[in-house]
Design a protein around this ligand. Structure first.
Ligand SMILES: Cc1ncc(COP(=O)(O)O)c(C=O)c1O
Length: 395
């Protein structure tokens, strides 16, 4: 199938379907007529086999308490092994209803009130809330930023860990919104620091499958031939990859038996570990049959990014389009051309875009905005046109 055929078949109108992204524009942005480029899901229907599997299961008509079939673990492990050298044992896997819920559970299971948890900013805003709203101490270290490229500041990370007696590092890999797919070498450096100071790593790898060009994703548990595996808890889901976020279902992967025992004790106290039936059915079908659909989606994201970057570099060179190695969420650095107090007026009122604002991800990132590129290229073209036109009006 060529790209146009994919777009013809899979791009859908989402307005009027009770989706956050379009139907909440009025309540969240005060304007229902914006081009919605904020929340991280897609305008694409998920792959046919997922829909078919859900229809089949739905026709059965009973949605009682359910378990996860043995085949699920095999299909999930096969996906992880063939893509990321991470074959899974069934006893390493538990489930949660979303990765953010998973982070909250890890915070409760493995830290005490007041303990310090580290995040690298700018980062997905629930990472901040899940620490502060649960009575833990939030420690932030800014990523280093150089002309559209983010990297980790190892010295600052180690200093913050030591000075604050950090107990848990909540890592985002690939990183939203920095757009980085951490290389194995980068992961090794940060994991080594955590090991040195006995910091437990919770690695949110929900964006693992969205990698562009030749940027290979390495799970933290696989870095350096698994050397850090016993101090890493991996959270993942098929939800970003296959546009399933409305069916909350995600994975908690713990290879270390002692840590798993702590988690299981916590989970039994929680008394809430049942799975979402349709989430299980959809995930299994996606991992079994979704490779080709995913290739098409990645092509669309890659082309959308390339169009955005080249056009803005050419026609609006004062905007820095940040690197996008992974995720479909790209940051634009507007600081050279838009006054920091006027970002909303420029991007929303003039360019007519609903975006995520840089300061949502970290206090030092006012002047950045995040755009979602997992969408119809027509929206990306319109967004770019609006930005270029508005900038030339300003000049
Ligand atoms: C890094 C990251 N983690 C978690 C989530 C949300 O995951 P869930 O809906 O499974 O809680 C997102 C959504 O954008 C995300 O970017």
């Amino acid at each position: 199938m060529d790209k146009q055929k994919f777009l013809d078949d899979y791009v859908v109108e989402r307005r009027g379907t009770d989706c956050f992204k379009w139907d909440e524009l009025e309540s969240r942005y005060g304007d229902k007529d914006l081009i919605s480029m904020w929340v991280a899901d897609m305008e694409f229907k998920t792959c046919d086999q997922v829909i078919d599997a859900m229809i089949k299961r739905t026709r059965h008509g009973v949605f009682g308490y359910s378990c996860v079939p043995g085949e699920y673990y095999q299909v999930f492990s096969d996906w992880m092994e063939r893509r990321y050298r991470f074959p899974l044992k069934k006893e390493w896997v538990r489930f949660s209803t979303g990765c953010v819920t998973g982070i909250a559970w890890m915070v409760h299971a493995f830290t005490k009130p007041g303990d310090a948890c580290l995040i690298l900013t700018p980062v997905y805003y629930p990472f901040h809330n899940v620490v502060t709203n649960n009575g833990r101490t939030l420690v932030t270290v800014d990523l280093e930023y150089d002309n559209g490229h983010f990297s980790m500041d190892y010295k600052a990370i180690e200093k913050a860990i030591v000075e604050n007696n950090v107990k848990m590092f909540i890592q985002c890999s690939p990183h939203n919104p920095a757009g980085r797919v951490w290389s194995e070498e980068e992961l090794e450096q940060v994991l080594e620091i955590c090991k040195r100071h006995q910091v437990l790593v919770v690695s949110d790898e929900i964006h693992q499958d969205i990698t562009l060009k030749d940027h290979a994703f390495t799970p933290a548990a696989v870095a350096k031939e698994g050397a850090y595996r016993d101090m890493v808890i991996t959270l993942s889901s098929a939800s970003k990859t296959f546009n399933l976020a409305g069916l909350p279902h995600s994975h908690i992967i713990i290879t270390n038996e002692s840590l798993m025992a702590v988690y299981d004790k916590f989970a039994s106290a929680l008394n809430r570990t049942e799975i979402n039936v349709l989430g299980v059915v959809a995930t299994m079908a996606a991992y079994a049959h979704g490779d080709e659909w995913l290739d098409h989606v990645l092509e669309v994201i890659e082309d959308n990014y390339s169009y955005l970057k080249h056009t803005l570099n050419d026609k609006a060179p004062d905007i820095t389009v940040c690197d996008l190695e992974g995720t479909y969420l790209v940051l634009l650095d507007l600081r050279k051309c838009v006054d920091q107090n006027g970002v909303k007026e420029f991007i929303q009122d003039k360019c007519r875009l609903a975006v995520d604002y840089g300061e949502w991800f970290g206090k030092n990132f006012n002047g950045f905005v995040r755009l979602n590129l997992a969408t119809d290229p027509a929206y990306v073209r319109q967004a770019v046109d609006n930005i270029v036109n508005q900038l030339s009006n300003c000049n």
